[in-house]
Design a protein around this ligand. Structure first.
Ligand code: DGY
Length: 308
């Protein structure tokens, strides 16, 4: 029986399966454990860590965890974990690919349509009592079916977005690490730029001022990847000064975005609080996979989904 720390309460019953075999502590709060609380657990004998994308698991934390044998993250993205430092210690890191692909692609489409067809702006007008009558030229947006959609990162989620927007009748171009068109060309050609790349040294700040200026005043940016792929201040200026038509974000930098953050005063912006995988079904399946990964890591058998 190993000591395990689960950094948030998970939906479904997966953690019960972990607790049937191991000694499990689940962090009870809505907010994540502080770095000190996490370090204290890991320094104090935890062998199995089931963490969230909000828990930084850097080399220093891994070095301070003498008994740690397996890490499992409740996410597909692993940018919060030093995979190499874990591998050096022989610690396998599990993650949850595939299961959230379609759910995350659905959310990207929802955001795309929301910003292009001005749904949150219209909702706000109705609630503010500003729906005076049907008006020929109020709250006009742009059509997805007429658009060229530029997908940055044609991995699992990017491909699922491609299938969806092609179903809408849109033309698709893409740019990837090793295939597709140069990102500069994509930014110039696309009416909608949707980001599906991982956060790496190469993609951090990819959408900066120069990139946003390459997009046109009728173009939209959708980010459901990771917040730091986009330069937040440059995006604020792009929206305020009309370099682009609008943006829809499921991820931000910083994350969470404080309610008084200057970005939120920019026009034509839709923001969701990192809901990409947030359906009942998908989050329960992610919990199962995360627990399966941790159980395998602690048993010394191959993880169903290993990231390092
Ligand atoms: C992930 O799993 O990395 C997603 O961002 C969660 O929504």
């Amino acid at each position: 029986m190993a000591r395990c720390f689960v950094t948030r309460s998970l939906p479904g019953t997966a953690v019960d399966r972990l607790a049937a075999e191991h000694e499990v502590e689940v962090w009870p709060d809505r907010l994540p454990p502080s770095p000190d609380a996490l370090r204290e657990r890991l320094a104090g004998g935890v062998e199995g860590l089931l963490c969230m994308l909000t828990d930084p698991v850097g080399a220093d934390l891994i070095a301070a965890a003498p008994d740690l044998r397996a890490v499992s993250t409740y996410a597909v993205g692993t940018d919060n974990i030093d995979l190499a430092a874990a591998a050096e210690r022989g610690i396998p890191v599990g993650h949850t690919p595939d299961v959230l692909t379609e759910t995350s692609a659905d959310l990207a489409l929802a955001l795309m349509l929301a910003v292009m067809r001005r749904i949150p702006a219209g909702d706000a007008e109705v609630r503010a009592g500003e729906w005076l009558t049907w008006e020929p030229a109020r709250l006009l947006g742009h059509d997805l079916h007429r658009a060229t959609v530029g997908i940055v990162g044609l991995g699992r989620i990017g491909q699922a977005v491609k299938r969806r927007v092609e179903g809408f009748g849109a033309r698709v171009v893409h740019s990837g690490r090793t295939d597709g068109m140069p990102v500069e060309q994509l930014l110039e050609e696309a009416d909608v730029v949707t980001l599906h790349c991982p956060l790496t040294d190469a993609t951090r700040g990819l959408i900066d001022e120069a990139a946003l200026r390459r997009m046109g005043p009728d173009a939209y940016l959708v980010n459901t990847a990771r917040g730091p792929v986009v330069d937040t201040d440059a995006l604020r200026r792009a929206l305020e000064e009309g370099w682009i038509a609008g943006a829809a974000l499921d991820v931000t930098d910083p994350e969470p975005l404080p309610a008084d953050h200057p970005l939120l005063s920019a026009p034509n912006l839709v923001v969701a609080p990192h809901l990409g995988s947030a359906s009942h079904e998908t989050r329960a399946e992610m919990a199962d996979i995360a627990v399966d990964n941790l159980l395998a890591g602690l048993a010394g058998t191959p993880l169903p989904h290993r990231a390092n």
